[in-house]
Design a protein around this ligand. Sequence first.
Ligand code: ASP
Ligand code: MG
Length: 411
Amino acid sequence: MGLIVQKYGGTSVGNVDGMRRVAERLLATKRAGHEVVAVVSAMAGVTDNLIKLAREISAQPTEREMDALLATGEQGASALIAMAVNAIGGKAVSLSGAAAGIVTDGVHTKAKISHISPRQINELLAEDYIVVVAGFQGQSREGAITTLGRGGSDLTAIALAAALKADDCQIFTDVDGVHTCDPRVVPDASKIDEIAHDELLEMAGAGSKVMQSRAVEFAKKFGVGFEVRSSMKDVPGTRATAEAPNMEDVVVRAVSLERNQAKVTICGVPDRPGCAGRIFSVISAANVSVDMIAQSASTTGTTDLSFTLHKDEFAIAEKLLAPLVSEIGAAAMTATTGVAKLSVVGIGMRSHAGVASRLFACLGEAGVNIQLISTSEIKIAVVVDEAELDRAAQVTHAAFGLATPRSSAQP
Ligand code: ASP
Ligand code: MG
């Protein structure tokens, strides 16, 4: 018997059947003797439709009203879920983020949670209710409705689990957990049983769309363990926790893929202070975010500087940089789309040598050319031709033995 927070994403509550399934699971959890807090997203597509509608009304809707509008998606879903529970003989109430005591700063569309006062949730739990909280939203100190950034219902669930000192937090979604690679690309990708917060964070940054990054960051900061699992099937999912000692035994936990990247190279950049600064200030002033950056060592007084960015921001970056090339005395700029990023992620890399060589060798044997390389303590990322990404993923996944189910049977 304990307190369980269950979060259901937009696809899990996407239609009436899905909502009934969610209600049944909430009630079954309650009847098994637990206190239950549910956090729900808006029905699939609703948030996007509201955004579209707002843009039809105004080219630049004010962010305050955007938040007031988008929060209705989750409010509707939470009311429907509470109704569905009540319709099958349970006892549930829905709460908006504000009523649930979620207080945020006033930064509309990407507010940060400053604290949670779960008094009302606790009272309702004590009265035996299943409490259904609208995800993705809170209230600023000034009383305005705020939202927590796209995918923010994950953050609501993790933050509530921390504030309520929940015994467990379950993130229900349309896949049965976190996988060693995208199963659509690598058919023998396997579900990961256990993963460290840090690995999940790196994977999110490397293109794996599992959970909102901010939610994982919050979980890490406050030591919230959680499970990502399927709302369709009743099978154990992936458990994300703070790092445990035996987790380093697995060298590479997963291969993450990110498509739709572009690569810019400025050749013959004079090797003197200030050049890189000028290049990247122009880019950041336009709010373009850059991903990988690599610069060659200079032997001849000039260096080549490359970086990647999303292909949607490619045109603007190219336009801004073209005049700068001659201004700083560089030789030329080449820029291409059609590249992608492949990353291997695992905290085991800290204590095992040879990960880079194994990755580069397997790509070489497969005839995949590596265009850029970057590393962090627990990640090695390469940029390859997008047309070769799937094959690169398959050989990398095999080279690191990831098709074997990750289980406690590992040494
Ligand atoms: N409905 C919001 C979105 O689509 C929040 C969420 O789904 O978590 O981003
Ligand atoms: Mg969503």
